[in-house]
Design a protein around this ligand. Structure first.
Ligand SMILES: Nc1ncnc2c1ncn2[C@@H]1O[C@H](COP(=O)(O)OP(=O)(O)OP(=O)(O)O)[C@@H](O)[C@H]1O
Length: 307
């Protein structure tokens, strides 16, 4: 058993009816690491997270969370994991402090006062303890939700899209918080659709249609994708996009006033464009492939098993 790994699962699968929504996923996350969990809507992230924290029994697969067996020790795992769901049930007419106290009561925590004070302090909420949750901005609500799932001092945090709909400043503060918790030794698995957040993670796992398509550091994921990317600029870019849409080698994504075009390594977009539109006045420049280019490409090439 590798005690350095907070999450070490292999072949996790889950079916709902006849549909396999998580298909033989293996994930390893070291203690103190922040792992970003990415994938399109409905790709199986929440279902995987629920299996990891012992809330949902896998149909297949095995492994350990915090050194405990996923199947045998599901109850013990639950006690040592903090799970922040997409819909945290805040009581809007209770203060920050009362919300936390309520959660502590629900979990039957022994030293409630200390736990609530500790969470308020740790997450920078002490100065607002008496503020009604209903009057908090989105960013502070997220922070309160994080405080609530930290009350029992978990060793592993599973965060399901914690910053959805939160403004950039609040998202940045939230990530600073996550990084300082990780620096204290907490392990974090966090699902997100934001690329800037993906870049802030130590490692990434990307799933589509329930299958793990990429894993590793951002640099490893980009390198493994084996893509080349160019930026295309000029007038009437829509005409260029319409032209290259006829050739499935090219993947075009608008980026402000330019278009990113990606293709498998070995392809030469500039040469192709010169042949397809002789005398064109667009400019083509090679650029570094980004995570977003990789994820869009992975998603476009992934096959829906039901399609
Ligand atoms: N209890 C359930 N019964 C039947 N189908 C379910 C159940 N829970 C989830 N699903 C289906 O499983 C698939 C994966 O859902 P899941 O919520 O895990 O995806 P996700 O990647 O978290 O999506 P999102 O990014 O939108 O949150 C979806 O098609 C969903 O409709």
């Amino acid at each position: 058993m590798n005690t350095e790994l907070a999450i070490d699962v292999r072949g996790l699968s889950k079916r709902f009816g006849t549909r396999t929504v998580v298909d033989a996923i293996s994930i390893q996350v070291r203690r103190g690491e922040i792992c970003g969990f990415l994938g399109p809507n409905g790709s199986g992230k929440t279902t995987t997270i629920r299996m990891l924290c012992g809330l949902l029994e896998p149909d297949a697969g095995e492994g350990r969370c915090l050194g405990l067996d996923l199947r045998r020790d599901a109850r013990r795992i639950k006690r040592r994991v903090g799970y922040m769901t997409q819909r945290f049930g805040l009581y809007e007419d209770l203060s920050i402090e009362e919300n936390l106290d309520f959660v502590a009561r629900v979990y039957g925590m022994a030293q409630r006062r200390e736990a609530v004070d500790g969470a308020l302090e740790r997450l920078g909420l002490a100065g607002r303890r008496t503020q009604l949750a209903g009057s908090l901005s989105g960013g502070w609500k997220q922070r309160l939700a994080l405080a609530a799932c930290m009350l029992h001092q978990p060793e592993l945090l599973l965060l399901d899209e914690p910053t959805a709909g939160v403004d950039p400043k609040a998202r940045r503060d939230f990530w600073q918080q996550i990084h300082s918790l990780a620096a204290e030794g907490l392990t974090v698995l966090v699902s997100t659709h934001y690329m800037d957040e993906a870049e802030r993670c130590h490692r990434l796992a990307y799933i589509s249609y329930g299958r793990l398509l990429a894993a590793g550091t951002a640099a490893e994921v980009v390198a493994a994708a084996g893509l080349r990317t160019w930026t295309l600029r000029g007038e009437h870019l829509a005409d260029a996009v319409a032209l290259l849409a006829h050739d499935e080698r090219w993947m075009a994504v608008p980026f402000g006033g330019s278009v990113h075009v990606s293709a498998r390594a070995g392809e030469d977009f500039a040469a192709w464009l010169d042949g397809a539109a002789p005398g064109h006045r667009w400019t083509v420049e090679p650029i570094a492939t980004g995570l977003e280019d990789v994820f869009i490409s992975l998603t476009q090439h992934a096959q829906d098993p039901l399609a």
